[in-house]
Ligand binder design. Structure first.
Ligand code: Z15
Length: 796
């Protein structure tokens, strides 16, 4: 497409789709017009892919996920369809600012963090690899809340992405599926009919996901909850206007809002309803499609692979059994077998507070037939294994992890260490019973968004050095290695990083009114706020460093900017205190005339995918400092390494694999191993002991306790200080000393010529962390699915 063709398409949409004139169009109208012009280019390759899946009778992958944290979509589509020149040219021609238009798009924040973003990367990689697939989730009216700071405190505001027209989706009113809750069960022999007492409709909305070079396009189908009977006209005519709209409002609550808890489970009724709602709608849709193509349900596992992203869709097991057994008359044991061969399950955490357990009473009320089937599935499992050791129902609760394991033919962890720990801890007994069921698929990230799109300077340098093949064959980044000896390459590598830092510094100055020196170390920790991720350890180190600079302000310190980003779950009190402490520390440090040249703290509010795209390319240092054994994988860690940041990190999650690949000398390792953590926890005096041994740590905690950062309320942080001294479950104190040592090693290394070599090695050896590699692994080890044959590039 040429710039002038693009311009004509934009003008056409401006007038005929948006009903706007050039003279009255706002930035929103131009963005929409550009989006529709780009969307037009998606449709043909997308249809083509769908047609070929049907014509070739290809096996389809179904990715069931409560969350898809997809972020902005316009630039992604432009890049994958290679429309940059056309779009930029058209915008220039029209006198519009291309960057500004892209920035006008709200983030689609239909997820909390890693799990939802992984689902989004997987969708993009499945399209790039021409893996016939469909994502299924919920079309939340409100995505993850927006975060604001008020006197340093987090304030949550509703997120309203659907206040504007969403350019990328196609409404599918014909894809409307009835969903029931409650009611009673009528048993007929071993089978049963379920008569729900409450019904609503799941309506589909399809978003095309286009792969690299437009080779292939899959669909993300998100369900919206609609009332069965919209509006009560009788009531309205009686004058009861509010009551007339009630059934509608009630049904719609199901897709109203994303639960804002990441790795903490609340066990709320509405949440269970959401889980069943989208899972049941997806399964019915999958079976309908299968039955339109094939007439033998026994072949379901050959033609469909259904991935459960965590236990949120775990009700898929009993529901699929119900559809096959109750509704289609298949023998129970056979139905369980078919369901299991179709289903697989990804576990994303070992944290006990994140493992879903549903109250049997609640489950029985909402899903009476499913609870019966869960009992039978559980009994069958005990019969088959000859053991009563493991059970999916215990203490009046249904344990969704166990249920998912029992109903899946493969269960995967998300990093090597995590998979190993799964076998040794939460699923120890099940693993002994089914020793080949657990497999590892280490997470990955899409290089299209997380390098090509977010870091154009580094991307151009890479392409000029080794050609363009890396974009969909990321392991080609290895070819950079011989250039790491070449001083002109290193200079350009450093220049790209510096320019990214200058951009970020300008944004900090303009948007946050904080000035930072781009020559400083940009030290970044961005992720959800959680005790196990230990933002408070990073803060203590910052405070200790600050105190030391104050002791000796003229010692020639290596300047640093500590950058934090992340949201706390609204009900997670401790995490919210960490948010506030970060802001309070920033206030004191940034205005300290003795130290602010050397040390600043920046905490931009409302961390999201778009902000990550801005921060990661400008980072020198990536903070991956979770308590070993607690972070299942991490994916931010991969994005940073890929963009040439060095990691300071523990041996946790995928950090282990990052360090193996980029080599120990290019990674700042510190802290206890997972085993050492478990050992040390047995010693109840671990925190006190660590504090007694490290005067810097003692002083930092004392400073927090003293009210130095909250003079108007000196007791504000006693809670944090007490937790650290007495409890410290996540071993902040015990790891602090080694963390400090590693940070000083960073100071020593930064600015030396070798730093750029280390950074470049990180980029050159991160190719394995492409989500293309991960998806190939799932296809081979779990889904038994193949890419569509003979796929050609649509865009070039
Ligand atoms: C979530 O984002 C993750 C795990 C969960 O159990 C839930 Cl509920 C949400 C994260 C892990 O914490 C992170 O380590 C991992 O990289 C990510 O899932 C994707 O696997």
């Amino acid at each position: 497409m040429t710039p002038s063709e693009m311009k004509n398409a934009i003008l056409h949409h401006l007038v005929y789709t948006l009903g706007k004139d050039v003279s009255t169009a706002h930035i929103y109208d131009w963005r929409m017009a550009l989006s529709f012009a780009v969307r037009d280019q998606i449709v043909d390759p997308w249809f083509g892919a769908t047609r070929r899946s049907y014509a070739g009778k290809l096996k389809r992958v179904y990715y069931l996920s409560m969350e898809f944290l997809i972020g902005r979509l316009l630039k992604d589509a432009i890049i994958n369809l290679r429309l940059e020149d056309a779009a930029l040219g058209a915008m220039n021609d029209l006198g519009l600012n291309y960057e500004q238009i892209l920035e006008d798009e709200p983030d689609a924040a239909l997820g909390n963090g890693g799990l939802g973003r992984l689902a989004a990367c997987f969708m993009e990689s499945m399209s790039t690899l021409a893996c016939p697939a469909m994502g299924y989730g919920i079309r939340y009216e409100h995505g993850l809340f927006r975060q604001r700071f008020e006197d340093g405190r987090q304030v949550e505001e509703p997120e309203d992405w659907l206040n504007q027209r969403h350019a990328w989706e196609f409404e599918r009113p014909e894809v409307a599926i009835d969903i029931g809750f409650g009611g009673h069960v009528q048993e007929i022999g071993k089978r049963a009919n379920w008569y729900p007492s409450e019904m609503l409709i799941a309506m589909g909305h399809d978003t095309p996901v286009i792969g690299w070079k437009g080779r292939w396009g899959n669909t993300l189908r998100l369900w919206e909850a609609r009332p069965m009977h919209g509006f009560d006209l009788q009531r309205f005519n009686r004058g009861d206007y509010a009551a007339a709209a009630e059934p509608e409002a009630l049904a719609r609550t199901l897709s109203r809002v994303l639960y804002p808890d990441d790795t903490t489970e609340q066990g709320k009724e509405l949440r269970l309803k959401q889980e069943f709602f989208f899972t049941a709608a997806s399964l019915r849709d999958i079976l309908r499609r299968f039955e339109s193509e094939y007439n033998d349900l026994k072949r379901l596992p050959q033609k469909a692979a259904i991935q459960m992203n965590d236990t949120h869709p775990a009700i898929a097991g009993p529901e699929l059994v119900r559809l096959l057994h109750d509704e289609r008359g298949m023998d129970f044991e056979e139905a369980v077998g078919i369901a299991r061969n179709t289903l697989s399950y990804t576990n994303h955490t070992l944290l006990p507070e994140a493992l879903e357990r549903w109250d049997e009473g609640l489950m029985g009320r909402l899903l009476p037939r499913h609870l019966q089937l869960i009992y039978r599935i559980n009994e069958l499992h005990m019969k088959d294994t000859g053991s009563r050791k493991v059970t999916a129902v215990e203490d009046g609760h249904v344990k969704m992890g166990e249920l998912s394991f029992i109903m899946a033919h493969k269960v995967n962890g998300v990093s090597a260490l995590h998979t190993d720990l799964m076998k040794k801890t939460v699923f120890k007994d099940l693993h002994e019973q089914h020793p080949t069921r657990i497999v590892n698929e280490t997470n990955g990230v899409t290089p299209r968004r997380w390098l090509l799109s977010c870091n154009p300077r580094l991307s151009s340098l890479i392409t000029e050095t080794i050609g363009e093949g890396w974009v969909d064959n990321l392991e080609q980044l290895e070819r950079l290695e011989p250039h790491i000896k070449d001083s002109s390459f290193l200079e350009r590598f450093a220049a790209a990083k510096r320019a990214n830092k200058v951009d970020l510094a300008r944004w900090f100055a303009d948007d946050l009114k904080i000035s930072v020196d781009p020559e400083s170390i940009f030290d970044v920790q961005i992720k959800r706020i959680h005790e196990y991720k230990r933002q408070h350890m990073n803060l203590l180190e910052t405070i200790a460093h600050w105190l030391e600079i104050r002791d000796n302000p003229n010692a020639g310190w290596v300047p640093r900017v500590k950058i934090f980003g992340g949201k706390a779950a609204p009900g997670y009190v401790f995490a919210k205190e960490i948010v506030r402490l970060t802001n309070d520390v920033a206030k004191v440090l940034n205005s300290d005339p003795l130290t602010s040249r050397y040390l600043k703290v920046v905490y931009p509010p409302n961390y999201n995918v778009s902000l990550a795209e801005r921060l990661i390319p400008a980072a020198d240092l990536s903070e991956q400092i979770s308590t070993a054994g607690k972070e299942a994988s991490g994916t931010g860690n991969m994005k940073f390494a890929l963009n040439g940041a060095l990691t300071i990190g523990t041996l946790d999650g995928a950090n282990v694999e990052i360090r193996d690949l980029v080599k120990a000398e290019n990674f700042f390792l510190f802290g206890m191993t997972a085993e050492e953590v478990m050992e040390r926890r047995k010693d109840s005096g671990h925190a006190a002991e660590a504090i007694a041994k490290d005067s810097r740590l003692a002083r930092a905690i004392e400073t927090v306790r003293s009210g130095r950062f909250s003079p108007e309320e000196p007791g504000r942080y006693h809670g944090i200080a007490d937790n650290l001294t007495h409890h410290d479950y996540f071993m902040v104190c015990s790891d602090f000393t080694d963390f400090w040592r590693a940070q000083r090693e960073v100071d020593g290394a930064f600015g030396k010529p070798n730093w750029t070599c280390m950074a470049a090695y990180n980029t050159a050896r991160s190719g394995w962390f492409s989500s293309d590699r991960t998806i190939r692994g799932y296809m081979a080890d779990i889904w038994n699915a193949a890419p569509a044959p003979e796929v050609e590039d649509a865009a070039e």
